[in-house]
Design a protein around this ligand. Structure first.
Ligand SMILES: *[C@@H]1O[C@H](CO)[C@@H](O)[C@H](O)[C@H]1NC(C)=O
Ligand SMILES: *[C@@H]1O[C@H](CO)[C@@H](O)[C@H](O)[C@H]1NC(C)=O
Ligand SMILES: *[C@@H]1O[C@H](CO)[C@@H](O)[C@H](O)[C@H]1NC(C)=O
Ligand SMILES: *[C@@H]1O[C@H](CO)[C@@H](O)[C@H](O)[C@H]1NC(C)=O
Ligand SMILES: *[C@@H]1O[C@H](CO)[C@@H](O)[C@H](O)[C@H]1NC(C)=O
Length: 347
């Protein structure tokens, strides 16, 4: 009798696992949609229907995701965890979600993400990490994340974003970056170059507004002139040519986007993008102006002197001439007078 009861209860538990819905959730079994949002949940409810494809867990207080947190729902395609209290994710938290396409982790308290996390989601198309406290993302993912088209990290604490990470997302269409603490120094050159190419290819972004240094605060990264980046060491394509590629020449060409970046921008020095060339140019310009002014002044003085001399000379000459003319006129008149009669005489 006891054994039968046990069997029965086991069967009931099994039945619950297969068909039931967790207390605080609404399960729409026909559409494989389970809604557990706004229930004050502190952790992932157990006994989720294994067929679940869309799982809403937003607006709860879930603060921790253990490894394999979604092992019981391997068919998930959409997982919404926005507006929870997640501050860290176990590296294997999303393991087993081979079909997940949309993951919303917005409005949590995440501080950083590991590349292992990304690797466990091969089919992911949309990742929303906005409104967290993320100050660090992986430098690179190592291999391309082929299906990702939307990557949102706006409203975080990011100061830089490494180009190799973005290059791991070759099919990205929408990239949201606003309201971070972008540090517009040499580290962001890679991002600038990548963004230009991205926009050129039709990608959409909300832009990068610098948070520091003070010189560039509030400025759009894409509008910072290229000339200022000439002081930056280029992200080296390979260690051999890295020394030969430092663009130091004042009139050198715009640094070209290197096609290959295995070592990434990591070895860039902490080079601030201060508008240094400008004061130098200004000083140069001032010097030019002063020299020109002095030369002009001298020339003007010389011309003035020449003019005065000329005038004086002309005046003296005129006076002299005048005297001579006066003297010379008389004989001329006389000659004329003499001549006239002569001509008369000739006539
Ligand atoms: C976040 O969830 C809480 C409940 O946990 C809710 O009261 C609040 O309105 C939600 N915030 C937003 C922005 O949706
Ligand atoms: C996730 O939930 C948030 C808050 O309710 C909502 O704004 C957002 O559109 C949802 N995203 C998805 C992909 O379901
Ligand atoms: C973000 O982190 C800072 C410290 O790094 C902390 O003061 C702040 O409260 C955090 N904000 C959130 C929303 O967790
Ligand atoms: C991307 O998605 C397609 C189907 O949507 C799938 O066939 C392909 O394997 C996915 N790419 C990767 C790298 O998993
Ligand atoms: C990048 O470098 C790797 C070896 O480091 C090489 O196999 C690959 O062809 C290079 N890609 C380009 C675009 O040069």
């Amino acid at each position: 009798m006891k054994g039968e009861l046990l069997l029965l209860s086991n069967a009931i538990v099994l039945l619950q696992v297969v068909c039931s819905c967790p207390d605080k959730c609404h399960c729409h079994l026909s559409t494989h949609f389970v809604d557990c949002s706004q229930q004050g949940l502190a952790e992932i409810p157990s006994h989720l229907p294994p067929q679940t494809q869309i799982l809403h867990l937003q607006d709860n207080q879930i603060y921790h995701l253990p490894a394999f947190a979604f092992r019981s729902v391997p068919r998930l395609t959409t997982l919404n965890l926005s507006n929870n209290s997640l501050s860290n994710l176990a590296p294997g938290a999303f393991h087993g979600l081979q079909h997940l396409q949309v993951l919303n982790l917005a409005q949590n308290s995440l501080l950083s993400l590991e590349s292992r996390l990304f690797h466990s989601l091969p089919q992911l198309k949309e990742l929303d990490l906005s409104s967290n406290n993320i100050s660090h993302l992986p430098t690179s993912l190592g291999k391309p994340w082929e299906n990702l088209t939307v990557f949102a990290v706006q409203q975080n604490q990011l100061q830089q974003l490494d180009r190799p990470l973005l290059e791991s997302m070759p099919w990205l269409r929408l990239l949201l970056l606003k309201e971070n603490l972008w540090k517009c120094n040499c580290h962001l050159l890679g991002l600038k170059l990548w963004l230009e190419k991205f926009i050129f290819k039709g990608g959409i972004t909300d832009g990068v507004i610098c948070g520091s240094p003070d010189t560039w605060k509030g400025k759009d990264l894409l509008k910072i002139p290229y000339e200022l980046y000439q002081l930056c060491p280029l992200p080296a394509p390979d260690p051999v040519s890295s020394q030969a590629q430092r663009p130091r020449s004042a009139h050198g060409a715009v640094p070209r986007p290197p096609e290959n970046h295995s070592s990434g921008e990591r070895d860039l020095s902490e080079c601030e993008l201060k508008p240094k060339p400008k004061p130098a140019n200004l000083r140069h310009a001032f010097a030019t102006v002063i020299v020109t002014g002095v030369v002009c002044g001298i020339v003007c003085l010389m011309m003035l002197a020449a003019a005065i001399y000329g005038c004086t000379y002309a005046a003296i000459a005129a006076q002299y001439h005048g005297g001579r003319l006066a003297q010379a006129n008389e004989p001329a008149k006389m000659e004329g007078k003499n001549y006239q009669p002569e001509s008369f005489n000739l006539k």
